[in-house]
Design a protein around this ligand. Structure first.
Ligand code: MN
Length: 351
């Protein structure tokens, strides 16, 4: 539940409301300010909350119930979550053209990553994706270089001139990584890591939030809500495939999720054609499909020297940096075409 307060509410009135709401040990309350609007976030059983009536109880504008959906702030109706989010100097979202972050999953060779970043930049990438921490499916696989390579990440950012999108897996690393990163990436396997999401709410950087491979659209929105209830609205959602019935691709590409989640939120939605398919030959078709479904951007695994990468690892779904420019040009055409063909449908969905 969210209690929306008057913008100019005196501190004494807020304190008195906090006191009234926190009377029960099963209820946790904290204040939240977002874009000039003020809220009290109430975590706990709504039936334990004393009745509060806007206009009768001083300082209260509205009571937003969240028991049914589990989210409110990320929903379009709240007018809180932004339709555009900046990563570096580039805004992602409605009316901003097709955004692209590309690069290798994990930082292995610094030189290869810099050369890759420079090549991707020529191809039209807006940001470089590369991480020091990875959520791998086995403890025997390369886990990333960790904090020791934060200086390397800063060097790569300067050398390529590209903002860096990088993963965090542990809440204890968020503050240190946020000093170097331009965007903090939550991998699919961490979408439900609520301690991590809470920390990202105060990290001061935009967040790229991947959909979990088994998560529903509502669970994905609730994960985003965790971040917003701690104060950060700068979230880009990223679809990346869901668990399917066979193993012909890494996952079942969930491009339709882009269209579905748009009905609920204004937040930008991008697509990862690399991990949703698992092999490089499928990256281009999946990227084009995502653009037809209205993706605001793409997250593409790419490295100049896939042959030198650690194995087992990311080489199988690596897209050649030299082909990025042609792919993005084709994707932009499809995006435009898709937008023209579905303009009426989208107006209906938003109404
Ligand atoms: Mn990968």
């Amino acid at each position: 539940m969210l209690i929306e307060l008057e913008r100019e509410i005196p501190k004494a009135v807020t304190d008195s409301l906090l006191g009234r709401l926190a009377f029960h040990p099963g209820i946790t309350v904290w204040p939240l300010s977002l874009h000039g609007r003020k809220f009290l976030v109430v975590s706990g059983d709504e039936s334990l909350v004393p009745p509060l009536v806007p206009g009768v109880d001083r300082g209260i504008v509205a009571v937003h119930h969240t028991a049914a959906s589990g989210y409110f702030l990320v929903a379009r109706e709240s007018s809180i979550a932004p339709a555009q989010v900046a990563i570096g100097d580039t805004e992602i979202g409605q009316g901003r053209g097709l955004w692209c972050a590309a690069g290798p999953c994990a930082l292995e060779s610094v030189d290869d990553t810099v050369q890759t970043g420079l090549r991707l930049r020529v191809g039209g990438a807006n940001a470089l994706r590369v991480s020091l921490f990875k959520t791998r499916s086995s403890p025997y696989y390369f886990q990333g270089k960790g904090r020791a390579a934060l200086a390397d990440l800063a060097y790569i950012r300067e050398a390529t001139g590209l903002p860096v999108v990088t993963e965090v897996t542990d809440p204890r690393d968020v503050a240190a990584v946020a000093e170097v990163a331009s965007c903090l990436h939550v991998d699919a396997r961490n979408m439900s890591n609520h301690a991590l999401l809470g920390e990202l709410g105060i990290a001061g950087q935009p967040v790229l939030l991947m959909r979990g491979p088994c998560a529903s659209i509502a669970e994905w929105l609730r994960a985003a809500e965790y971040i917003v209830t701690r104060g950060n609205t700068r979230i880009v959602l990223c679809a990346r495939g869901v668990v399917g019935l066979d193993e012909s691709a890494a996952y079942a590409p969930d491009v339709c999720a882009i269209q579905v989640i748009r009905k609920h939120t204004d937040l930008p939605v991008v697509y990862d054609p690399s991990h949703s398919t698992g092999h490089s030959a499928a990256v281009a078709p999946a990227a084009l499909a995502a653009c037809a479904f209205g993706a605001d951007g793409l997250l593409i695994e790419s490295c100049l020297h896939a042959d030198r990468m650690y194995r087992p690892g990311d080489a199988a779904h690596m897209y050649p940096p030299g082909k990025l420019g042609a792919l993005l040009a084709a994707c932009a055409t499809v995006s435009e075409l898709g937008m023209r063909l579905t303009a009426n449908d989208r107006a209906d969905a938003a109404a």
